[in-house]
Write a protein that binds this ligand. Structure first.
Ligand code: HEM
Ligand code: HEM
Length: 230
């Protein structure tokens, strides 16, 4: 099907949304990969708290950001999500310029999961019971599953819409009508987010969180587990 002649490349994702996205993805991957190693616990905690900061920023940007970054633009009623899914299955879906209604579900789940994971991780390092640690791991596994569906959804939607949506999350551009474009990237805000994250990492590097007590509590737990299992 030829492109409707009115469709051109327009700016859709502002820079803060894009910087938020890739930092969140990076921190999630790092936090997951570092979770199993005692020696990397300080890295694990730092990336976890970075995710909390990123999501806090995103919650504010969802209220005051540009058109397609606003929650009001992409949080849909379950009925609308179901209708969109139905249209998609019959290849009749109208692809919105911003987040599509199904994508929005995964976005909300990832933002909420981050909060639950960080809260449970924090409760655990503050001396919470082992059950909290298991809950923490479970919440992280849940978010990993959502991420997998999210990435599969991006690939699927890219094929359906015949545009590379992953690239649009990098450069901000998607196909749409000229009047649908946002006007500015807001790059100074993105630069502030980046500077905030680098600053936090630098401070953590200078003065790493004390993880010895956590590690020894963990080792005791593991040891007592091994005993009770054997
Ligand atoms: C740990 C990995 C990831 C996490 C936690 C994550 C999270 C998110 C979040 C929170 C959003 C909403 C963006 C916003 O409006 O603020 C989003 C959107 C998006 N992400 Fe990811 N993402 C991950 C990996 C990826 C990967 C690997 C790709 C590319 C293949 C990707 C492509 C996209 C695209 C294209 C959108 C916009 C999609 C839409 O309109 O629904 N993401 N992602
Ligand atoms: C600041 C926030 C966080 C804190 C305080 C925290 C704390 C912890 C602690 C103390 C452990 C036990 C480590 C060990 O067994 O040596 C742990 C394990 C784990 N964390 Fe986190 N975490 C945080 C964020 C995250 C995030 C964002 C994720 C997801 C990417 C995550 C995923 C996991 C997983 C999967 C494990 C299990 C590791 C294993 O198999 O033993 N955590 N976390």
């Amino acid at each position: 099907m030829p492109l409707a002649p009115s469709k051109v490349k327009i700016l859709v994702w502002d820079a803060p949304t894009r910087v938020f996205h890739w930092l969140l993805a990076l921190c999630f991957a790092g936090a997951y990969l570092s979770a199993d190693f005692d020696r990397l616990l300080a890295v694990h905690l730092t990336l976890g708290y970075t995710m909390l900061g990123l999501v806090a920023f995103r919650l504010v940007w969802g209220l005051i950001g540009t058109r397609y970054a606003r929650f009001a633009n992409f949080i849909r009623k379950p009925k609308e999500v179901a209708r969109y899914a139905g249209q998609l299955l019959s290849f009749k879906a109208e692809h919105p310029v911003g987040h599509n209604p199904l994508g929005s579900v995964s976005i909300i789940l990832m933002l909420l999961s981050t909060l639950v994971i960080v809260l449970s991780g924090w409760l655990y390092v503050s001396g919470g019971p082992k059950l909290i640690k298991e809950f923490h791991e479970g919440a992280a596994a849940f978010m990993l599953a959502v991420v997998a569906v999210h990435v599969a959804g991006v690939v699927f939607a890219s094929l359906m819409e015949r545009q590379n949506l992953a690239r649009s999350m990098l450069n901000g551009y998607k196909l749409g009508r000229a009047e649908q474009a946002i006007r500015w990237t807001w790059w100074p805000i993105a630069a502030l987010v980046l500077a905030g994250v680098w600053g936090f990492w630098w401070l953590q590097w200078q003065n790493p969180p004390h993880t010895d007590t956590i590690i020894s509590v963990n080792t005791t737990l593991r040891f007592s587990n091994a005993n009770s299992a054997g």
